[in-house]
Ligand binder design. Structure first.
Ligand code: ADP
Ligand code: MG
Length: 244
């Protein structure tokens, strides 16, 4: 399968604090890659570097064969291809559910209002939120907000979806709904890069699991390898801590 994103020797420092060190990994078309690791290990920073919310300090991001950190490359064009779902939803609180899913399409993709609404409705149906088109975010539960945030990202019809701990801010009873939708998306062939602390989910849906520790990729492999036969002591310790 074609490689969509390839990260080479990526590093990121905040001042003298080196948060990411020599990160290498790739995501192929249709693959689901989960990133796991302790809090503070650099998972969010890595995702934010992939979509250029943070500027990497070094290394390369190759997107379909092109180094997008090259001066001549249009970062704005690149970012259109990535959908992002955040832990804290980041919905526009003054806009209703439909408009949350429409504004980006109109502004960035130059779709007409009519077309954007049609696309939005399709993805709101996918996440089971089509009954709530007129609701404002403040009237929704956390799980419902996150489902809208997923529909909003999907409405941009991105090449890759990035998720940063999409269930961490949810009440426990809401987590299952969101994970169920993400599983359906994973099985639909969507390319997904997911930071998660839901180990059962990671084990079930991932093609590959990346374990991060203190700013490096400590181990990477199939879910079978990582969860059943980790080779690194720090992976074993992390799993023991997390699964107990
Ligand atoms: P994780 O998502 O794995 O919990 P993060 O990527 O959020 O880890 O953070 C990794 C490290 O980078 C932490 O030590 C954090 O304090 C630091 N960090 C993250 N963002 C910033 C920032 N904007 N400025 C300074 N330090 C940061
Ligand atoms: Mg994080």
């Amino acid at each position: 399968m074609e490689t969509v994103i390839e990260i080479q020797h990526l590093s990121k420092s905040f001042g003298s604090h080196e948060v990411l060190k020599d990160i290498d990994f790739s995501v192929k078309k249709g693959e689901v890659v989960c990133i796991i690791g302790s809090s503070g290990s650099g998972k969010s920073t890595l995702l934010r570097c992939v979509n250029l919310l943070e500027k990497p300090s070094g290394g390369q991001i190759i997107y379909h064969g092109e180094n997008i950190l090259d001066e001549k490359h249009d970062i704005y064009e690149y970012r259109k291809n990535l959908g992002m779902v955040f832990q804290q939803f980041n919905l526009f609180n003054n806009l209703n559910v439909m408009m949350n899913c429409v504004v980006g399409q109109m502004k960035v993709l130059k779709r007409s209002r009519e077309e954007a609404e049609k696309v939005a409705l399709k993805y709101l149906q996918v996440v089971g939120m089509d009954k709530y088109v007129n609701a404002k975010p403040k009237h929704l539960s956390g799980g419902q907000k996150q489902r809208v945030a997923i529909a909003r990202a999907l409405s941009m019809e991105p090449d890759v979806m990035l998720f940063d701990e999409p269930t961490s801010a949810l009440d426990p009873e809401m987590v299952g709904d969101v994970l169920k939708i993400m599983k359906e998306l994973a099985h639909s062939g969507l390319t997904m890069l997911i930071v998660t602390h839901e180990m059962e989910f990671a084990r079930e849906v991932s093609d590959r699991v990346v374990f991060m520790d203190k700013g490096v990729i400590a181990e990477e492999g199939t879910p079978e390898q990582i969860f059943n036969n980790p080779t690194e002591a720090r992976t074993r310790e992390f799993l023991k801590r997390t699964l107990s």
